[in-house]
Design a binder for this molecule. Structure first.
Ligand code: SAH
Length: 246
């Protein structure tokens, strides 16, 4: 009985951004539990595995986390090779850490496999160099959505000198812009809003802090999208066709 679970990042959507390790894990899988932000094209790498969708979005009722835990445990204890496939990177706003911990506490071997997280992929696909030398001294990945509604230290973020990459922010654009401006970021700080990063339907909307909510509305920005906030977000994309200028 191998009793092993692979917690694998499937990347942001483009199947070519899958790692070779992810491909190997999928090739060995008997059971694949798949989130709904994962592009099902990656399932080409596990043609014989049993695939179980356990997504939390869309019109369907969400799969409770406890149920996902128990499912992984059951299959692992049966000696099956289990792959838990998550969008982006499993440990960037993906509960990979929680799931790994829970399984390890029950004696299950866990192997985490990196995926390319949406924020990094989205920026790169729009030719935005997140840590452009002399412009941004780092990058901060932030979620706008917290489990306990605790508030972020927006002032510290605004003054960090880093590019901010914000996940799960589409429904909170006004709030984010307000907090960052109150925290000291200039109204004309460049913003890029990138929807469906790395997929054929990717769209990008360029704006600034003052205009981002209005422009996103006009653009009909939808989730999943990431926001890139900071001077580097003014870097022009080679493909400007779908960009909306403020
Ligand atoms: N673990 C994932 C993030 C999961 S949280 C990762 O590392 O990418 C879900 C949020 O990720 C979405 O609300 C959105 O903000 C972002 N996201 C995921 N896939 C995306 C994509 N293809 N394009 C833009 N944003 C995406």
């Amino acid at each position: 009985m191998s009793a092993k679970v692979w917690l694998v990042g499937a990347g942001p959507g483009d199947p070519e951004l899958l790692t070779l390790k992810a491909v190997r894990a999928l090739g060995e899988a008997d059971v694949v539990l798949i989130d709904d932000l994962v592009n099902s094209a990656v399932l080409d790498h596990c043609p014989t595995a049993r695939v179980i969708p356990v997504g939390k979005r869309g019109g369907c009722r969400s799969t409770p986390q406890a149920f996902i835990h128990r499912l992984m445990l059951r299959y692992a204890r049966q000696g099956r090779c289990v792959v838990r496939l998550k969008g982006g990177d499993p440990c960037i706003f993906g509960r990979g850490g929680e799931e790994a911990q829970w399984l390890k506490e029950r004696g299950i071997e866990v192997e985490l496999v990196n995926g390319i997280t949406a924020g990094l992929a989205g920026a790169t696909r729009c030719d935005i160099p997140l840590t452009l030398r002399g412009v941004a001294r780092g990058v901060t990945l932030v979620t706008a959505h917290t489990q306990d509604d605790s508030s972020l230290n927006w002032q510290a973020l605004a003054q960090s000198g880093t590019t901010l990459v914000i996940y799960m922010g589409v429904a909170k654009l006004a709030e984010i812009a307000g907090h960052l401006r109150d925290g000291g970021l200039a109204a004309d700080t460049p913003v890029a809003m990138i929807e469906n990063a790395s997929l054929p339907e990717q769209r990008e909307c360029r704006s600034d802090l003052a205009g981002m909510e209005r422009d996103a509305l006009r653009f009909e920005l939808k989730s999943p999208a990431i926001l890139v906030i900071g001077a580097v977000a003014a870097t022009e994309s080679a493909v400007q066709a779908s960009a909306c200028q403020a």
